[in-house]
Design a protein around this ligand. Sequence first.
Ligand SMILES: Nc1nc2c(c(=O)[nH]1)N[C@H]1C(S)=C(S)[C@@H](COP(=O)(O)OP(=O)(O)OC[C@H]3O[C@@H](n4cnc5c(=O)[nH]c(N)nc54)[C@H](O)[C@@H]3O)O[C@H]1N2
Ligand SMILES: Nc1nc2c(c(=O)[nH]1)N[C@H]1C(S)=C(S)[C@@H](COP(=O)(O)OP(=O)(O)OC[C@H]3O[C@@H](n4cnc5c(=O)[nH]c(N)nc54)[C@H](O)[C@@H]3O)O[C@H]1N2
Ligand code: SF4
Ligand SMILES: [Mo]
Length: 683
Amino acid sequence: MQCHTVCRLCSACCPVTVTVEAGKMVRAARKSFLPEEKRLSCPKLAAAPEIVYSPARILRPLIRSGPGNGFHEASWDEALGRVAERFNFFRRTDGAQSIAWLRGMAADWGAPWDYACRLMNAFGSPNTIGNGSVCHVAREMAHAFTYGAMTLPQPRNSRCILIWGKNDRNTAPGVCEQILHARSHGARLIVVDPIRTSFAQMADIWLQIKPGHDGPLAMAMLNEIINNNLYDAAFVDQYGIGFDELRAAVAHFSPDLVAADLWLDPEDIRRAARLYATTRPACIIDGNGLDMQLSTFQATRAVCMLRAVTGNIDREGGDLIPQPIPLKNIQLKERLPKDVQPVTAAYPLFDAFHPTWGRHAQSCLIDAILGERPYPIRMLVVQSGNPAVTMTDAKRVRRALQKLDFLVVIDLFRNRTAEMADVILPAASCFEKTQLNRASMRSSPVVLQNQVIDCLGESRPDWQIVFELGRRLGLEADFPWASVEAAIDEQLSPSGLTVAFLRENPDGLWTEPTKFEKYRSKGFATPSGRVEFHSDRLARAGHAPVPFAEGTFEDLPGSADACNADVVIGISGERTNRFTHTQFLRIPSLARQEPEGFVDIHPRDAAARGISDGQEITISNERGQVRMKARISDVVHPGSIRIAWGWGEIDPDANVNNLTDDNRRDPITATPSNRSFLCRIET
Ligand SMILES: Nc1nc2c(c(=O)[nH]1)N[C@H]1C(S)=C(S)[C@@H](COP(=O)(O)OP(=O)(O)OC[C@H]3O[C@@H](n4cnc5c(=O)[nH]c(N)nc54)[C@H](O)[C@@H]3O)O[C@H]1N2
Ligand SMILES: Nc1nc2c(c(=O)[nH]1)N[C@H]1C(S)=C(S)[C@@H](COP(=O)(O)OP(=O)(O)OC[C@H]3O[C@@H](n4cnc5c(=O)[nH]c(N)nc54)[C@H](O)[C@@H]3O)O[C@H]1N2
Ligand code: SF4
Ligand SMILES: [Mo]
């Protein structure tokens, strides 16, 4: 039997066809606009049956037998009873706010996020927190503060594609196919990346930027475009606000002045700016290379302004303002007590920028656990995440997790975080549950993620775990749905769609035809209704209303004098297409293809230190160290090294986050610099 669903083994959300025989998933294939022979395959999807039927899956709830002891298997009744009892206990002793819920990326960014928020809001705790401060949510906010929404680049019909810190070859094959298709039809390609990726290799212009220096580069490109009148003056005049302030700010960033600090040639910056501004339509694909930086918000805003000054926003082949399906907001935020601040209160703009995204300043959770400010956190539920490895400054995070009175983990596998838990609840995989996924909510066509096989063992879908826990906490009236279909139908009600209707259209429904230049009738969803080159909202909150208006950028990693012959910039490594963060590293077929991670070091830096290929080296700084084998490679720039990402799950000494610093953060989005940091190489 062929079944249609959406893969969620990573956040690319590819529509797939799954072959099910005798109730078992046997294989799956990506759908695509390209003919079969041109489609990209995905190793994770090829290994999907191995992942789903892995003997390492947790198939029954587990309860810790006693402090320092192992776990014993339990019934759902016993496990949920224990969790609910602890919820009620800590509400009595320390207030509902002393319980927090932390979500990783895996169970989806989309509508399922609403369920955990609903439970916690109805229970009375404002502390449902996601990891968007290190992922795309901080970037999303910068888009929203510039032109009202995060744009969706349209590479397939573009004439010039600017890839800025994104590697869709490994992380989003559907978009990669569009890029390759456009390229084969003559589109020009510009890549901004400190690493020579496969896109960088094939680009017309590759800017091998100094890690973390994207903001000044975007400002230098704006300088070139504005000073040479290559911008779309009609668009800027009619739809922008604060362009003169932007013009004044970019004056500090002449390519000649800043290029050396960015490890770039000024002429390359000028060429890239001119090519982007004079080839229409052009789109910018921005990515996680812009996330996890100390200036994530303002750097992304500067990149957004490139789209705006060139008038590429909401044009075909440019960057579309998405047309999300209207959903009912079921988060019950209104039920929260008014006098209790969330632990993320120091980042109010980030907490509030979107009606349903919720809170994402995840570092604040660790502050609150360790410092007991603004109040103590006693209990934590971790759903679909592995913070012991993936959060900044791993040693500090471990201390915080150990300090908790009670830790619940909802996961498929016993990851490093689950090993510290008091209760582990077994979650079903993405192929074992129906849900609305983010990709299908953001834009048409809307594709339903469908359950295609039964849940394994006693594992349960995340929605069911949350609904049942809610009912145990006395919130039966808030979780009235007998099935997830009923819940989704309610969420979908403003759109006129239903689960049944989506199932009849497994390849996706176009809810409304794509419309371009919607701003002509509707304006932009910013306070002024215009593209905000200057933001009053930011000024009122005490932040720079125009990015980098002072012309300084000393704060960025590597700008300080500390970056000398002894110190290098560490780059948090590649997401290869076999693994998702800390996931699947032990799946046999994937582990055979890629048995370990490496530190990429430039031949010049290796020679200077007498390091040979394959030699085990130690990377260290004030926070900790990483031990890993060196791979001599000129994909990196001299003075920088790239350290493989995710391997802390296998070996705590191989965790990049041993080196990352949570003391300094983006003032708006609480983003620490997980992406790049200073470190030393020891042999
Ligand atoms: N230094 C550094 N730090 C980083 C990053 C980096 O590149 N470098 N990347 C950052 C980014 S962008 C992100 S998004 C985060 C990721 O951080 P996490 O979300 O913590 O990372 P994962 O390793 O993907 O952990 C996901 C967990 O969810 C489980 N899981 C999978 N599917 C499901 C499901 O359907 N339900 C449930 N309940 N569990 C499920 C998996 O088994 C796994 O244990 O890390 C961030 N941290
Ligand atoms: N296979 C796989 N797919 C995934 C994931 C996964 O773990 N594995 N994770 C999913 C998640 S949660 C996310 S957030 C997305 C992320 O997907 P992407 O946005 O593609 O993220 P990365 O591949 O980590 O980084 C993108 C590029 O940024 C570059 N980069 C590093 N530092 C800098 C910098 O300072 N400036 C610039 N301009 N570029 C820089 C890197 O070299 C890399 O080529 O992928 C999703 N898809
Ligand atoms: S890239 Fe692969 S793992 Fe990620 S959603 Fe697509 S098919 Fe699944
Ligand atoms: Mo992410």
